[in-house]
Write a protein that binds this ligand. Structure first.
Ligand SMILES: NC(=O)c1ccc[n+]([C@@H]2O[C@H](COP(=O)([O-])OP(=O)(O)OC[C@H]3O[C@@H](n4cnc5c(N)ncnc54)[C@H](OP(=O)(O)O)[C@@H]3O)[C@@H](O)[C@H]2O)c1
Length: 343
């Protein structure tokens, strides 16, 4: 079978296309014939490592955490999945070398989720990292729901920074599905159109020295949940617009590695600054996210494509390096790799 591998970290030219044996699933594992592989910033960051040549932990690694395909074989003891099931997967390359940029991958069964009928592999391969991150960010409020479902966020206002980003897009969709009023920030007219197509009720543009006032006009009682991609730039703004007992779930260090916050204004509002890393959040949060994302899929709440606010750019498996470079270069929307035909 064809696989993309890297044997040392570094720029995208460490990736090469090789032929490998198809592996057998062990106890508790599932083999998947991959149809589509999703690329996220974490994939190029892991590949890049701390510099060329830094230790990998495995002789070689197949990149990409997210993907979708068809169950091809089951290891001993696996229940709830059957050969032929259409599935999406998450954390495929976490602490194992078995990412989705290959024709077949073998994963622990609990990283494999059955797709509801009628959901395309483009949607499925876009879920993993973005949807699960967004789910966690929307469920860490002190007085908010731990799970998402229609109505779970009714009466609440959510501010999603970067609504045209992959995580931002998923956060808009999940929050709107759960009944929230969604405000999002974007940096251009093109991204404003995408964020509206995703379902945001209000879109504000940054940079803007009057951004806090604009958000306060839209949410006079304050914003309950903030999904934060760039705390270095937005921390002070967030504290200004957050409601009493509001939560700010920060999941990225875009444009800066440190942030400062006004202390009194933060504690006076009982603000919860909630960090979030999918790799360490733990199985309960991941399983909850997988279940709720499945329910949202059944409701048709997570479409992709330009008309749904997430343009897709496809690459063939052979061009996985170019796909990584596109994500690193800030491609708008979602970058997917077509690993095989659907049939
Ligand atoms: N902690 C975790 O578990 C976790 C999970 C998923 C992703 N991440 C990280 O989260 C980041 C985003 O991932 P992604 O896949 O969503 O990337 P993406 O599709 O490139 O989106 C990033 C978005 O952030 C926006 N942005 C940057 N600075 C902003 C600011 N000051 N205010 C508002 N928006 C701003 C960008 O818009 P402009 O370019 O127009 O400014 C862009 O739309 C990456 O660094 C990724 O590694 C972490």
């Amino acid at each position: 079978m064809k696989a993309i591998v890297y044997a040392s970290t570094g720029p995208s030219d460490v990736l090469s296309l090789v032929e490998r044996e198809v592996a057998q699933p062990g106890p508790g594992e599932v083999r998947i014939r991959v149809v589509a592989s999703g690329v996220n910033p974490t994939d190029w960051k892991a590949r890049e490592g701390g510099g060329a040549g830094s230790a990998l932990g495995f002789d070689e690694v197949v990149p990409n955490q997210d993907g979708a395909g068809v169950v091809d074989a089951l290891g001993e003891g696996v229940t709830g999945l059957a050969v032929g099931d259409r599935v999406w997967v998450y954390l495929a390359a976490h602490q194992r070398p078995t990412g989705t940029a290959q024709a077949f991958t073998v994963l622990p069964a609990d990283r494999v989720v059955a797709l509801p009928e009628g959901i395309g592999f483009d949607v499925a391969a876009s879920l993993g990292v973005p949807a699960m991150t967004a789910h966690r960010a929307l469920t860490v409020h002190e007085h908010g729901p731990a799970r998402l479902s229609p109505g779970a966020l009714t009466g609440r206002t959510v501010l999603v920074h970067g609504g045209a980003g992959a995580v931002g897009h998923a956060a808009i969709q999940l929050a709107a599905w759960a009944g929230a009023t969604v405000i999002t920030s974007v940096s251009s007219e093109e991204k404003e159109a995408l964020a509206r197509a995703a379902g945001a009720h209000h879109v504000v543009r940054y940079p803007d020295p009057a951004l806090a006032e604009r958000i306060q006009e839209l949410a006079p009682n304050g914003v309950d949940h903030i999904v934060e991609v760039a705390p270095t730039q937005n921390a002070a703004l967030d504290v200004e617009v957050i409601a009493n007992h509001g939560s700010i779930a920060y999941y990225a260090n875009n444009n800066g590695d440190e942030f400062t916050v006004p202390i009194i204004a933060s504690f006076a509002k009982n603000v919860r600054w909630q960090g979030l890393l999918l790799y360490t959040v733990g199985p309960d949060a991941l399983h909850a996210a997988a279940e709720d994302v499945t329910a949202a899929l059944v409701d048709g709440a997570l479409p992709v494509g330009e008309s749904a606010g997430l343009p897709i750019t496809w690459f063939p498996l052979e061009e996985t390096a170019a796909a990584h470079d596109a994500v690193e270069g800030g491609a708008v929307g979602k970058v997917l790799i077509r690993v095989a035909d659907e049939a």
